[in-house]
Design a protein around this ligand. Structure first.
Ligand code: NI
Length: 186
């Protein structure tokens, strides 16, 4: 079985699993299915893999597709481990914020855990933020928008080195986001 074939099977299995897990969720502030977000993140990773090689492309793609199932659905670590193996489950766990921590510590904590993982996991976090730098919800004031941009900068600082391609993508998206939205006020 060649690499592309294996990657395609891995993609399809994860996609079907994520589609079921996120079935009833919508993209925040929209009536589109949440799976749209998952498709954006997976797309960023697939294009990045055309520019940069990683040691385990199936790990990168499956973690991209599954990155929100522990945080946002009823799926647990053991199920993920059983279906996709320990490497994928550990990657998704690192990408999951710890709800037991105070809110303002969750991102830094997750980033530290991501930094201890293979670089494929850091790439997923970069791709996630690229996909999330969209027009902010109407109820966000200028301060909240600024905080979101600062958080994207923190992700860039911590994880940019794992992927020159995604770093550049996120730098451009962040610049556009600040230019378009950071002067908005409530
Ligand atoms: Ni996400």
């Amino acid at each position: 079985m060649n690499g592309s074939y294996q990657l395609q099977i891995g993609y399809n299995t994860a996609w079907h699993f994520a589609a079921k897990a996120h079935k009833d969720q919508k993209l925040p502030g929209s009536d589109l299915p949440y799976l749209v977000h998952i498709g954006w993140v997976a797309g960023e990773i697939l294009i990045a893999l055309r520019h940069e090689s990683v040691s385990d492309s199936t790990l990168a793609v499956q973690c991209a597709i599954l990155h929100d199932v522990l945080e946002d659905t009823a799926v647990d670590y053991d199920t993920l481990c059983k279906e996709f193996g320990r490497k994928v489950a550990d990657g998704v766990a690192a990408l999951t914020k710890d709800a037991a921590l105070p809110k303002d510590q969750r991102m830094r904590d997750s980033l530290e855990r991501i930094c201890a993982m293979p670089k494929e996991i850091g790439m997923v976090k970069l791709a996630d933020r690229i996909a999330n730098l969209r027009p902010p919800p109407g109820f966000w004031d200028g301060r909240r928008i600024g905080e979101y941009a600062d958080e994207a900068q923190l992700i860039l600082d911590k994880l940019g080195p794992v992927s020159p391609y995604l770093r550049q993508r996120l730098e451009i998206k962040l610049m556009e986001y600040r230019a378009k939205f950071s002067n908005q006020s409530a």
